[in-house]
Design a protein around this ligand. Structure first.
Ligand code: HEC
Ligand code: HEC
Ligand code: HEC
Length: 155
C-alpha cells in the first residue's frame, strides 16, 4: 500500500515539474517579448505636440473611423475641417528624420505592418509633412493640389 501512494505522489510531483517547465517559455516570452517574431512597431510620438486630436486610447482604436468619416464629409459634402484631416495627421506624425509617416519606422506604416493592415491612402495623399509655403498655396484648394502633385511626382 505504502509504495503505491509513494509512487503516485512521485508521479504527480514530476508531472507538475514538467508542466512548470512547459509553461516557462510562454510566460518568459510574454514578459520580455523576446520570442515574438513580429517586430514591434516603433511608435515615435511627435516631439513638439503634447496631445493628439482625440484622447490617445480613443485614437488607438478609432483613428480609422475619424479619417474615413472626414473623407466622406469632404468628398460627398464638401466640408473641409482640420481636426480629423489626413494632412493634419501627417503634419504632426511625420518622422523628423524622413519627414514621412511611411517607411520601416514611419508612424503609420510601422504600426500597420505590425497589425497587418494595408491602406492605399498614400498612393494619392502625400505621406510627407508639408512646408509652410506649400501649406499656404494649397489651402485654397483643400488637399486637391497636394494630391495632384503627389500623384505626378510618383509617375
Ligand atoms: C485615388 C486617389 C485617392 C485615394 C486612394 C485616397 N484619397 Fe482621400 N482624397 C482624394 C481626393 C482627390 C480628395 C479631395 C481633396 C479635396 O478636395 O480637398 C481626398 C480627400 C480626403 C480627405 C479630406 C481632406 C482632408 O485631408 O481632410 C480625407 C480625410 C481623405 N481623403 C482620407 C483618405 C483615406 C483615409 C484614404 C485611404 C483609406 C484615402 N483618402 C485614399 C483622393 C484619394
Ligand atoms: C497636433 C498634433 C497631432 C495631430 C494633428 C494628430 N496627432 Fe496623433 N498623436 C499626437 C501626440 C502628441 C500623440 C501622443 C499623445 C499622448 O501620448 O498622450 C498622438 C498619438 C496618436 C496615436 C496613438 C499612438 C500610440 O501611442 O499607440 C495614434 C494612433 C494617432 N495619434 C493617430 C493620429 C491620426 C490618425 C491623426 C489624424 C486624424 C492624428 N493622430 C493627428 C499628435 C497629433
Ligand atoms: C498604434 C498602431 C497604429 C498606428 C500608429 C496607426 N494605425 Fe491605422 N490602424 C491600426 C489598426 C490596428 C487598424 C485596423 C483597425 C480595424 O480594422 O479595426 C488600422 C486601420 C487604419 C485605417 C483603416 C483601414 C481600412 O481599410 O479599414 C486607416 C485609414 C488608418 N489606419 C490610417 C492610419 C494613419 C493615416 C495613421 C498615421 C497617421 C495610422 N493609421 C496610424 C493601427 C494603427
Amino acid at each position: 500500500m505504502k509504495t503505491t501512494t509513494l509512487l503516485q505522489a512521485r508521479f504527480w510531483i514530476s508531472l507538475m515539474g514538467v508542466l512548470a517547465l512547459l509553461w516557462l517559455p510562454v510566460t518568459y516570452g510574454e514578459t520580455t517579448g523576446k520570442d515574438s517574431r513580429v517586430p514591434k512597431p516603433s511608435i515615435q510620438l511627435p516631439a513638439k505636440a503634447k496631445k493628439c486630436v482625440e484622447p490617445v486610447d480613443i485614437m488607438k482604436r478609432q483613428h480609422q473611423n475619424f479619417i474615413l468619416h472626414q473623407r466622406d464629409e469632404t468628398m460627398y459634402k464638401g466640408i473641409r475641417t482640420k481636426q480629423h484631416s489626413l494632412k493634419n495627421c501627417v503634419n504632426c506624425h511625420a518622422d523628423p528624420k524622413t519627414n514621412s509617416v511611411l517607411g520601416k519606422d514611419g508612424f503609420c506604416e510601422s504600426c500597420h505592418t505590425y497589425a497587418a493592415v494595408n491602406i492605399d491612402c498614400f498612393s494619392c495623399h502625400t505621406d510627407k509633412a508639408e512646408s509652410k509655403d506649400a501649406a499656404a498655396s494649397y489651402r485654397q484648394f483643400g488637399d486637391l493640389g497636394n494630391i495632384l502633385d503627389n500623384i505626378i511626382e510618383k509617375r
